[in-house]
Design a binder for this molecule. Structure first.
Ligand SMILES: Nc1nc2c([nH]c(=O)n2[C@H]2C[C@H](O)[C@@H](COP(=O)(O)OP(=O)(O)OP(=O)(O)O)O2)c(=O)[nH]1
Ligand SMILES: [Mg+2]
Length: 132
C-alpha cells in the first residue's frame, strides 16, 4: 500500500481558535471538516508544500519560520496510508478565504469535536485540546 505524505496546518488566531475547512463536494471525504493543507509534490519539502497549499486554498502568505511542527497522523485508509504532519501557525499575512473549500470556521479547540472530521484527525484534536 502506498504511503501518501500530506501536510496540514492548525492556524491559531489571537483568541486561541483554530481554523477548519469543509471539504468540497466531488472530493473524497466531502463535507468533512479538515485542517487546510494537501499533498506534498515530488521534489518539494513539507514546509514549501504547506506554504503553497495555504496560498492556494486560503489566499494567505506565511513563511517556513512560522511553521511549528506539532504532531502527526498515521492512518490507513482503504486505498492508501496517510502520513500527515500537522504544523501550528500563529503568524501569517492576509485574511483566510475559502478558495477551494465549501466553508471555513474558526473553532475553540474543545468545540472541534462538534464537527465531523476525517478519521485520521481525531487523535490530533485531542493534542490540540491539551496543548492550546
Ligand atoms: N488537508 C487535509 N487532508 C486530510 C486531513 N485529514 C485527512 O484524512 N486528510 C486526507 C484527505 C485526502 O485524502 C488527503 C489530502 O488530500 P487533499 O485533497 O487535501 O489534497 P490536495 O489539497 O493536494 O488536493 P488535490 O490537488 O489532490 O485535489 O489527506 C486534514 O485534516 N487535512
Ligand atoms: Mg487540500
Amino acid at each position: 500500500m502506498k504511503t501518501v505524505l500530506v501536510v496540514a496546518a492548525a492556524l491559531i488566531d489571537n483568541d486561541g481558535r483554530v481554523l477548519i475547512a469543509q471539504r468540497p463536494e466531488g472530493k473524497s471525504l466531502a463535507g468533512q471538516w479538515e485542517f487546510p493543507g494537501g499533498k506534498v509534490e515530488e521534489g518539494e519539502t513539507p514546509e514549501a508544500a504547506l506554504i503553497r497549499e495555504l496560498e492556494e486554498e486560503l489566499g494567505i502568505t506565511t513563511k517556513a519560520a512560522c511553521l511549528a511542527p506539532f504532531v502527526f497522523a498515521s492512518h490507513t485508509y482503504e486505498t492508501f496510508h496517510l502520513l500527515m504532519p500537522l504544523y501550528l501557525i500563529r503568524r501569517w499575512e492576509g485574511t483566510a478565504r475559502a478558495l477551494e473549500h465549501t466553508a471555513l470556521k474558526w473553532v475553540k479547540p474543545k468545540d472541534l469535536r462538534d464537527y465531523p472530521m476525517p478519521p485520521a484527525d481525531a487523535p490530533l484534536v485531542a493534542y490540540l485540546v491539551d496543548f492550546l
